[in-house]
Design a protein around this ligand. Sequence first.
Ligand SMILES: NC(=O)C1=CN([C@@H]2O[C@H](COP(=O)(O)OP(=O)(O)OC[C@H]3O[C@@H](n4cnc5c(N)ncnc54)[C@H](OP(=O)(O)O)[C@@H]3O)[C@@H](O)[C@H]2O)C=CC1
Ligand SMILES: CCCCCCCCCCCCCCCC(=O)[C@@H](N)CO
Length: 325
Amino acid sequence: MADLSFLALLLLLPPALLFVVLYVIVRPRPVKIPIKNRHVFITGGSSGIGLALAHQAAIEGARVSILARSIDKLEEAKNYIQLSTGIDVSIFAADVRDYGAVSKAVEEAGPVDVLIVNQGVFVPEELEKQGLDEVKFMVDVNLIGSFNMIKAALPEMKKGEDRGPRSIALMSSQAGQVGIYGYTAYSASKFGLRGLAEALQQEVISHDIHVSLVFPPDTDTPGFAEETKRRPPLTGIIAESSGAMKAEDVAKRALDGIKSASFIVPCNFEGLLLSIATAGLSPQRSFVMAFFEVVAAGLVRLIALCFQWNWYTSIQKWQAQNKRT
Ligand SMILES: NC(=O)C1=CN([C@@H]2O[C@H](COP(=O)(O)OP(=O)(O)OC[C@H]3O[C@@H](n4cnc5c(N)ncnc54)[C@H](OP(=O)(O)O)[C@@H]3O)[C@@H](O)[C@H]2O)C=CC1
Ligand SMILES: CCCCCCCCCCCCCCCC(=O)[C@@H](N)CO
């Protein structure tokens, strides 16, 4: 009996020690970002995930501003939120590719507490067929547009130390964690956001600003409805490895991730696996998540290799059936 409890202790000791070590070393330290009564500024807030985020943030008592190009869609979004919640949302018509327009909007909106850089365009096609104009379009809107937004909002955000912890959240995609057939430009733009976010977090941590990166799977939005009209079949087949979600559910996950200042914010179970598989050197505030990352790394890599096996088999089959062009 005594031998058994000694054995149990011996088995439990390494994970317990690991827990303690991780609890001590995880950086940056955990922090909570309040939403209520704070200024939440959402780009691409007139449609899909951005609109769901604006709606949710308004319900939670935030002062909400949304920015997008089309004034008609912005007004429609404003009316929808007004009708369903009674809350007024400020709207700003600007193209994120235009730094001057974006700065003007941010200046008019006033200091931002939570900046959600969510605008995005996606036009899937094999690189060989896709025009460079479309490649540039995706990189400009998704990546350079995000730089423009952050550059415009950061100076005032930095001055807000008396307002408490602030957040910059970026909307990536699971295609920003793994490259997917048909998404060369899109994946590149979303992988780019990760480099931006990791470096930025180190630069703004001393100002109590916390960066989050959200990784949704396929999500039912007006943009996605357009995308599916022209998505190469193989893109769809591979993307279906992760379950599709509703915009409201992605928005809820995203907002919860922002409020707990998680650096990596997965949205579904496959996303959780992907986050562990691609944890790399990204910051981790939660010692519990850090524990799983350390302990599950090998197994998750094995699962990832099985997915790659499955995807390459699908590609091979598809190309055999449809004669390579
Ligand atoms: N839906 C999906 O399957 C997934 C989406 N995502 C990401 O989530 C984000 C939102 O996607 P989703 O809700 O589907 O997209 P939608 O196409 O439904 O909405 C996109 C929003 O971005 C705005 N926008 C687009 N281009 C610009 C621009 N140049 N300047 C300013 N605003 C712009 C649009 O308004 P306007 O056109 O008027 O400018 C609109 O408000 C994107 O970053 C996308 O990559 C990630 C994973 C999956
Ligand atoms: C370790 C094992 C991990 C297993 C899970 C792998 C699942 C990967 C699926 C990738 C899906 C990409 C969807 C892109 C959605 C998107 O951004 C477009 N709809 C454009 O908006």
